[in-house]
Design a protein around this ligand. Structure first.
Ligand SMILES: Nc1ncnc2c1ncn2[C@@H]1O[C@H](COP(=O)(O)OP(=O)(O)OP(=O)(O)O)[C@@H](O)[C@H]1O
Ligand SMILES: [Mg+2]
Length: 576
């Protein structure tokens, strides 16, 4: 059960158990008081013992107050510890989980789980659950004592319990479904809100305000309607609560009077019975609430556990030192679909060898699978068929962190973290000196524009780097990759946001670099890759042609056509 798994994750399980034990102590106090009432009614109170009884009562009262006060402290310590642990675990899991999780799950859903579901779980584990368990303990303890008082009366009253449980279950069942629908809808609402921030430029430029607002309102309205339905179900459970609470009381008071009248029990026993029964009927009357809360919490528990149990990148432990061939692809096919049999392959039966020290280019029309191929080289996805080898070793058998140490990667969509320019470049090499950062920026022709910024390298970039230009972002990303200085360079469309001047400079920097490195470039502008040692032309997921620039031109095939189009069209922007 997921709730047990969550409990096991806590580092402070003893606090939870201590809390339950303290609640048992509270139940004990209740029993002592009832027992005292029984004796007082049956045997009267001896005047001489009054002081002793008074002292006992004071002690018991203080003990009760002490237990309940320390219970609150222990409970909050447990819950704070648990939430902190869950936050750490989910964060670790998200970092370590397979890349494909992020392609399949919306960021709205992930955020909703981390923010809303996590605190619901914490609240329940420190509130609803211990309350429920404690009351059940009180119920059982009192029940046992009641049995010692009078078996028949207790058993007859207890007949009401299974009825109460059945009613509670039935009442609570729909709340789970409604809560689940609400949570899923809230994932969407969070996603839309996030999209509004990310897509603000487009929304303004295309006057989408009304449309997006309507879209948000509709979804929010739907979410609210689920929540209202849920609240209605909770309210509807109210009357059942009173029936469940009153039934055992009513039955046992009647039985108690009858048995006392018949002389089967003493008056004192009847008083103790009724006093204790209140402690039994209270948790019983709350049973519908407990079950409803439990079901509601289970929605969040399941959603949090989905992250906790995310499968991590399950790669091997080794690394390889055979350095003659950087990458080998053997009959690699890949499909994004989960059901690989029915989904179309994005890459089909690709075999290629990239020797160490060479510069290789991948060209092909948009959607032909170039970036996907990079994802396989980086071990983001596993192949559907065939294998990818890095330095002669199947990438799946590598310790993936060691494998990625060999690769400097510039993605097609540049991502900069919130922080300073220097910090962003330093992600390439966390222990880099400031001088190394500057050198990398110089190589990426980023130094001059960085120096012209208000705070130079200490200029804080806003989230997603919205306060600098696209070309500047790209050069910072390239500087980051240069600083990493890995033996293999993967550059996906690195010059797409650069002007012709910067593009030439970057090209030159890459050429300088490629003297010492294996470089794999994805390029739309064919002018940037004419010096590559080998060019692979991808078309609909297969390699249509490969060779050098001159060789491919002579073949007068796809590459020749693409190149002629670009040169003749002379735009330099056209898709290859
Ligand atoms: N996460 C994904 N899930 C499903 N399909 C995807 C995913 N990413 C890409 N695809 C599909 O795979 C195909 C290849 O995409 P890929 O990004 O590799 O193309 P590309 O050659 O890099 O294109 P471009 O030159 O436009 O960047 C496309 O048809 C695309 O729609
Ligand atoms: Mg691409």
């Amino acid at each position: 059960m997921n709730i047990l798994k969550i409990w096991k994750l806590s580092d402070k399980k003893e606090l939870f158990i201590l809390q339950l034990l303290m609640n048992m102590g509270m139940a004990g106090i209740t029993i002592i008081v009832s027992n005292f009432a029984k004796n007082a009614v049956d045997h009267g109170i001896d005047e001489g013992k009054m002081l002793g009884i008074f002292v006992q009562f004071v002690i018991i009262t203080f003990l009760g107050v002490g237990l309940s006060y320390s219970g609150v402290i222990i409970r909050s310590k447990f819950s704070i510890g648990l939430i902190e642990k869950l936050r750490n675990i989910t964060n670790d899991k998200l970092i370590n989980s397979k890349y494909e999780y992020f392609e399949n799950e919306s960021s709205g859903s992930i955020n909703n789980r981390i923010l809303h579901d996590m605190s619901s779980v914490g609240d329940y584990m420190s509130g609803g659950l211990p309350e429920f368990l404690s009351n059940m303990i009180v119920l059982i303890c009192c029940f046992i004592y009641l049995l010692t008082l009078n078996i028949t009366m207790t058993l007859v009253s207890a007949l009401c319990i299974p009825v109460a449980v059945a009613v509670a279950k039935k009442v609570a069942a729909p709340t789970y479904d409604t809560m689940e629908k609400f949570s899923k809808k809230m994932d969407e609402v969070m996603g839309i809100a996030q999209d509004t921030v990310n897509g603000i430029k487009i929304e303004k430029a295309y006057n989408l305000r009304e449309r997006r607002k309507k879209y948000f309102d509709e979804n929010m309205e739907q979410a609210t309607s689920y929540f209202v339905a849920y609240e209605k179900l909770v309210v509807k459970a109210g009357p059942y609560k009173y029936v469940i609470r009153s039934a055992p009381m009513f039955v046992s008071i009647m039985l108690g009077f009858y048995n006392a009248y018949k002389g089967n029990i003493t008056n004192g026993e009847m008083v103790a019975f009724i006093l204790l029964l209140q402690n039994v009927s209270k948790p019983l009357s709350e049973l519908t609430r407990y079950v409803t809360e439990f079901k509601e919490a289970m929605v969040s528990v399941d959603r949090v556990m989905e992250i906790v149990e995310l499968s991590e990148e399950a790669f091997g432990t080794g690394e390889a030192f055979e350095r003659e061939i950087a990458f080998e692809l053997h009959n690699v096919s890949f499909s994004y679909g989960k059901d690989n049999k029915t989904s179309d392959n994005v890459l089909n039966d690709i075999s290629l060898f990239i020797p160490k020290g060479k510069t290789v280019a991948l060209v092909g029309s948009s959607g032909s699978g170039k970036s996907t191929l990079f994802k396989l080289l980086l071990g983001f996805h596993t192949t559907t068929q065939g294998e990818v080898r890095l330095f002669g070793k199947n990438i799946m058998e590598w310790d993936i962190e060691k494998a990625r140490k060999n690769i400097s990667y510039v993605a097609q969509d540049t991502y900069l973290f919130e922080g300073t320019v220097a910090q962003n470049i330093a992600y390439g090499k966390p222990d880099a000196s400031f001088n190394e950062i500057i050198q990398a920026a110089e190589k990426a022709y980023a130094h001059d524009f960085i120096m012209s910024m208000s705070e130079g390298y200490q200029t804080v970039l806003s989230e997603r780097g919205t306060n600098i230009s696209g070309g500047q972002k790209q050069r910072i990303a390239i500087a980051r990759a240069f600083l990493k200085d890995a033996p293999i360079f993967l550059l996906d469309e690195m010059t797409s946001a650069l002007d012709v001047e910067s593009e030439k400079l970057i090209q030159k920097a890459i050429e300088n670099y490629s003297e010492r490195k294996t470089v794999i470039l994805i390029a739309h502008r064919l002018s940037t890759i004419i010096n590559a040692d080998e060019i692979y032309v991808l078309s609909h997921g297969i390699i249509a042609e490969n060779g050098t620039h001159e060789g491919l031109l002579e073949k007068k095939g796809v590459y020749n056509m693409l190149y002629s189009n670009q040169v003749l069209g002379n735009t330099g922007e056209q898709d290859a």
